[in-house]
Write a protein that binds this ligand. Structure first.
Ligand code: S3P
Ligand code: PEP
Length: 452
């Protein structure tokens, strides 16, 4: 849906090869965190390369509502922070739009201040579970009053005398981990999060960069992260790396569109994020990492993806799931174009994203002529083989940007075009997707394409 709520139907169809360079926008996870930690530091943080997608813009608006100054001058975002414990009570409801990361991290950041805030979102966000963050926030002394099932809209009453917390996350979730760490900033003593499976570690890295004491230890219990509360966070100059989750779309499109050769420069390859690229290589993708280097403490490379005629289905290791959790929808599109079966176990979390992503992709893939089996925490795609996906379906995107972009990628390789009921959600994470892909040669049109 567009910002005005009007659905934007979109279609894609087969054309010539995709060629050229794809400069994808800044990392969404790091962009949210830059604004939130900037708002919690004392003084002015400068951010370049910020993703200007709706999710992140909504977090910027929320930081203003809590008293920080957030503005763009030239190409740089300036965040004038109020310090840990310095948030003021917002005058109005905080609308986080479509962003699970935004709302969950902000709830954590305000939960140990003696203020109240009411959060809401769009129809997708208001269906998503919030108890996963409000349960640990209650241990700090915060209270949550939401709709049944722990859904938004929801009011959080921050703790007046917060206590530090030791919390083992029950599901692999960087959002839950980060909410607890952000709450721990304004609690005295040490807050500890234990995660059985390592999830993206941007919060730990960035908190350290802002001057907090954060230690990480791998133990038989899992990864133990310890934060010392009540630090003074020092403002930073941040260059946001480009988003591997956005890079996934031009990369996967190039692998399945005949004759393609696409370079996607400057992609962050943090091991907690890069699982898709190793999975694609395991499937036989012609995908190489060029110019490997380190920037701002993160591994970075230029990705080169070429059409790969011999893609084969594989068993995706479940222990890799956290490092590619947002990439399963587009992986399933590559799997549909591969020879043989791709089995994806250990992915229950996909059912509580912007949509139930297993259901949304399985339904659309079946409509496009691809066989899919599924269970609560797994799914299997039966590949049609090179150039053999029938396509020719109209699919529902359920306000989910990754579902929308994945089916547009499928339409670039399927025999008949693919149509979306609504591509508006793409603007939440990848507002330049359409222009970037058509610039490579993809055929994307607004409105429905007549299908056979
Ligand atoms: O912390 C983050 O920035 C994110 C964590 C993941 O969510 P979960 O924590 O729910 O796994 C991911 O799906 C989301 O896109 C971004
Ligand atoms: C799951 C996602 O985001 P969020 O949870 O922030 O809505 C995503 O971007 O794929």
């Amino acid at each position: 849906m567009s910002a005005h709520g009007t659905p934007i139907p979109m279609s894609s169809e087969r054309g010539g090869p995709l060629k050229g360079e794809a400069h994808v926008p800044g990392d969404k996870s790091i962009s949210h965190r830059s604004l939130i930690l900037g708002a919690l530091s004392v003084g002015e943080t400068k951010v370049t390369g910020l993703l200007e997608g709706q999710d992140v813009l909504d977090t910027g608006k929320a930081m203003r509502a809590f008293g920080a100054e957030v503005e763009k001058r030239g190409e740089t975002w300036h965040v004038h922070g109020v310090g840990v414990g310095g948030f003021s009570e917002p005058d109005n409801v905080i609308d986080c739009g479509n962003a699970g990361t935004g709302v969950r991290l902000i709830m954590g950041a305000m939960a140990t201040s003696p203020i109240a805030a009411t959060f809401t979102g769009d129809a997708s966000l208001n269906k998503r579970p919030m108890a996963r963050v409000t349960d640990p926030l209650a241990l700090f002394g915060a209270r949550a009053y939401g709709r049944s099932g722990g859904r938004l809209p929801m009011t959080i009453l921050g703790a007046t005398s917060p206590v530090p917390v030791r919390y083992a996350t029950p599901m692999p979730s960087a959002q839950v981990k980060s909410a607890v760490l952000l709450a721990g900033l304004n609690a005295p003593g040490e807050t500890v999060v234990i995660e059985r499976e390592a999830t993206r570690d941007h919060s730990e890295r960035m908190l350290t960069g802002f001057g907090a004491s954060v230690t990480t230890e791998d133990t038989p219990e899992g990864r133990v992260i310890t934060l010392v509360g009540r630090p003074e966070l020092k403002p930073q100059t941040i260059v946001v790396p480009r988003d591997p989750s956005s890079a996934a779309f031009p990369v996967c499109a190039a692998l399945i569109v005949e004759g393609s050769d696409v370079l996607v420069p400057n992609i962050g390859l943090n091991p907690t994020r890069a699982g898709l690229f190793f999975t694609l290589q395991d499937m036989g993708a012609d995908l190489t990492f060029e110019n490997m280097r380190e920037e701002g403490g993160e591994p970075v490379a230029d990705l080169r993806a070429r059409f790969s005629p011999n893609l084969k289905g594989i068993e995706v290791p479940p222990e890799r799931a956290a490092s590619m959790i947002d990439e399963y929808p587009v992986l399933s599109v590559v799997a549909a174009c591969a020879e043989g079966i791709t089995h994806m176990p250990g992915v229950k979390e996909l059912r509580v994203k912007e949509s139930d992503r297993i259901d949304a992709m399985a339904t659309g893939l079946r409509a496009a002529g691809v066989a899919v089996d599924e269970g609560e925490d797994w799914w299997t795609v039966h590949g049609c083989g090179r150039g053999a996906v029938p396509g020719g379906a109209t699919v529902k995107t359920h306000l989910d940007h990754r579902i929308a972009m994945s089916f547009l990628v499928l339409g670039m390789a399927s025999k008949a075009p693919m149509t979306l009921d609504d591509g508006g959600a793409i603007a939440t994470s990848f507002p330049i997707f359409e222009g970037l892909m058509t610039g490579l040669g993809a055929r994307i049109t607004r409105g429905a394409t007549e299908t056979a």
